[in-house]
Design a protein around this ligand. Sequence first.
Ligand code: DON
Length: 570
Amino acid sequence: MRLLPFILTLSCLVLVYSCKKEAPAAVYDIQKTAFSDSAMVVSAHPLATKVGLDVLRQGGNAVDAAIAVQFALAVTYPVAGNIGGGGFMVIRTKAGEVATLDFREKAPLKAYPDMYLDSTGNVIDKLSLRGHLAAGVPGTVDGMIKAYERFGQMADFGQLVEPSVILAKNGFKLTERQSRGLNRAKETFVKYNTSTPAFVKSQEWQPGDLLVQTDLARTMELIRDRGRAGFYEGEVANKIVAEMDAGGGWISHEDLQAYEAQWRDPIRFSYKNHEIISMPPPSSGGVALGQLLKMVEPYPLRDWGFHSKESIHLMIEAERRVYADRARHLGDSDFYPVPIPQLLDSLYLLERMADFRLDTATASNTIQAGSIALLSESEETTHFSVVDKEGNAVSVTTTINGGYGCYTVVSGAGFLLNNEMDDFSLKPGVPNMFGLLGAEANKIEPGKRMLSSMTPTIVTKDKELYLVVGTPGGATIITSVFQTILNTLEFEMTMSEAVAAKRFHHQWLPETVRIEKEAFSASLTAELEALGHELNPRGAIGRVDAIMKMPDGRLEGAADPRGDDHAEGM
Ligand code: DON
């Protein structure tokens, strides 16, 4: 009976959207900016945002809402939302308690360092990217349960999954962007599946078509009713292992039983009168963000201004040094001694910037990772942000790595598996799908978590909640979060302006700086090129979904205009 309100709300919601007669390009009324003096949810899909708000209305807190959004995205945003992947959650309670949850996937126990190399030592094309062998052991379901057990306040975990059961069973309408994505992916789905998934149909998908996921609904019911055991044991576990057997993958019952999400010690550092709280390894995000902000803190960014030659140059040069460190020093700290305090040490960072010159770019081949005395010898992800009426804040970035992960849907269970194994360093000197390099710290080992760039972050100002921020984008995640934070802290933008502002990205190697088309004027481009930067325009960088607590105490939710992302308050 407790589930009745959810069933009714969701059924109405699906009905309202199903009955609405709208032009295909506007299947939903998508809201990019929202204001509220109470609570806010911003996510990649309007239905998932609304599921989060419903949970808040039912008396759930921000963690409950985030859990429900995670499951709802697994239904309504299959390109990245997931139960077959993993992610990271950063929590700050109204009382100032901080917690970071790692529900990143793990390498199967059968994995070994050279598993993607042929007999001559070359990386086998696509083996870490497509199909069964690309998948790490999924962490999302255990992560959501751990988050609920520690912070949830709804009476029953199942209440948080129920909306997703309904969305999967009744179906939901595809946006224009989603129908295009599924049509483009059709052949790949056919190639990497042992049975036909719900995403494949004979005709082309059209905007507004209903995507019904019956198998996924059954899986969600089992999670709703049995919790962890509904996924890592019994029917679903059997289906995962059968899928692996049919397609040559390695995830076993032992892997599924052994998987545990972990609470980690947050990365915390200050930037002027702000405190930044972000993810530690196995994400590189928090450490890299800390290095970037600390490196630029001594410079007069505010005076130089947003997208001034000097600001951009400084930020690129900091990025060059930070990504060199990432390639060498970052990996799963359960397996490798990541020197976190040294990498964030102010003197070390000053030294890293000692050869920075305002009038010239540093060639990447002259930059190496910093030497750390203590040492003996990783586009489709999704981010969502939630703040509840009490002021509890949750920042979650979650992924199956590439769009639609490895494209393999577990037969009969209806969910996509990740291709997160590609985030490992497959071979020293060989870049992954994001062009990122790695080494010993991020080599494949059984049960190890692959290095991530995901950077869910919470910022406080004078000890009060200020920002909840994060984004997808592979290697560009760290630099997009870095820029969004500076856009608010230094360049005094509103949350929506900060999210919409054009972005650029540099990652040490390759040498080039990627810029969003029309980000820089012709004259600014010429000035940066004169300093020695090689600029390379590309499409959208990232999809930042963020919330700001404004000086008057109200919340501003900002959904990135680059996607179907939707901000809504209550
Ligand atoms: O964990 C990581 O860093 C990557 N697997 C994230 C992938 C991603 O953001 C793809 N999106 N655009």
